[in-house]
Design a protein around this ligand. Structure first.
Ligand SMILES: Nc1ncnc2c1ncn2[C@@H]1O[C@H](COP(=O)(O)OP(=O)(O)OP(=O)(O)O)[C@@H](O)[C@H]1O
Ligand SMILES: [Mg+2]
Length: 279
């Protein structure tokens, strides 16, 4: 299926969203065309077709094992595609790699790696430094500022292995900030964090959106989807739906994605009724 332009993504201009300010309409960030991914002989993503807007906060939701992490990895070229193709800002991945940041699912990171919090954040600057130039004073200051933005400046010198899970998550978010990318992929940035950390992360995401950045995040808490996100992708091996939260995050689509887990669905329906409104 050929999709082109923001209309195809179901993107509606919304004057109240600052990200659109100074831009000629809303562009497209990611296009996934007929993508199928298999681990060995077992397909886990089937024929997925979607177009994501630029300058928006995008949630990917679906049950455990639905293929959410696999979809991020497929877009990032970290798993091979059995078929299909992906473009980012209209280009193949290799041409835009430097404009992309990735915050992986926390369990997949090697936390014993000997590095302190500031060092982790400085890694975010390497893309712009190249391999030869070492980070200088300006880089260190920029990295400290990113730690400050996530409330972690007091932990700059602490080994990453000696931070709590929520603190580690904040440091990885600071690294993403330091990278100053145009498009971010985050796999469950809110997993296992307390309410204060969740609020801090949401504020960072909103600031990213105000700066015109795109964030695509795997998200498990259905209740907060309308409050935190503008656009939602519902996935369960196949694409169930993708579009603006108001139009797409419906009871019918949730039912299709999650099957009969009604308690969860009723909570989500209640969240929709209360109305979060993405922006
Ligand atoms: N490296 C792998 N090798 C084989 N199978 C895998 C691999 N990674 C994931 N899978 C399988 O692919 C399917 C999709 O996994 P994926 O991690 O994308 O799900 P998910 O939607 O992110 O789930 P969760 O909500 O639990 O994080 C699952 O059935 C999983 O068991
Ligand atoms: Mg996952």
């Amino acid at each position: 299926m050929k999709l082109a332009g923001p209309e195809a993504a179901g993107i509606h201009a919304r004057a109240a969203v600052p990200a659109a300010a100074g831009r000629a309409g809303v562009g497209v960030s990611v296009e996934v065309h007929d993508v199928t991914v298999a681990y060995g002989r077992k397909p886990v993503l089937w024929d997925v077709d979607l177009v994501l807007p630029e300058g928006r906060l995008v949630a990917i939701v679906g049950p455990n094992g639905a293929g959410k992490s696999t979809l991020l990895k497929a877009i990032l070229g970290l798993v091979p595609l059995a078929s299909g193709r992906v473009t980012i800002f209209g280009e193949p991945l290799r041409r835009v790699r430097r404009e992309i940041g990735y915050v992986p699912q926390r369990e997949t990171v090697d936390w014993d790696f000997p590095i302190d919090a500031l060092g982790v954040v400085l890694m975010g600057r390497y893309g712009r430094l190249g391999w030869i130039r070492r980070p200088g004073r300006a880089d260190r200051e920029a990295a400290r500022e990113c730690l400050r933005q996530v409330g972690m400046e007091d932990f700059a010198g602490r080994q990453i292995s000696q931070l709590s899970g929520g603190q580690q998550q904040r440091v990885f978010l600071a690294r993403a900030l330091a990278q100053d990318a145009r498009l971010y992929f985050m796999d469950e940035p809110f997993a296992g964090v307390d309410a204060a950390t969740e609020t801090a992360i949401v504020e960072v995401l909103r600031r990213m959106r105000e700066a015109g950045r795109t964030v695509v995040a795997v998200h498990h808490d259905l209740q907060t989807v309308p409050e935190y996100f503008d656009h939602v992708v519902l996935l369960n091996m196949r694409l169930v739906a993708s579009g603006p939260v108001e139009a797409t995050f419906t009871r019918e689509n949730l039912q299709r994605a999650y099957g009969g887990r009604l308690t969860l669905l009723d909570e989500a329906a209640e969240a929709i009724r209360r109305g979060g409104g993405g922006a």
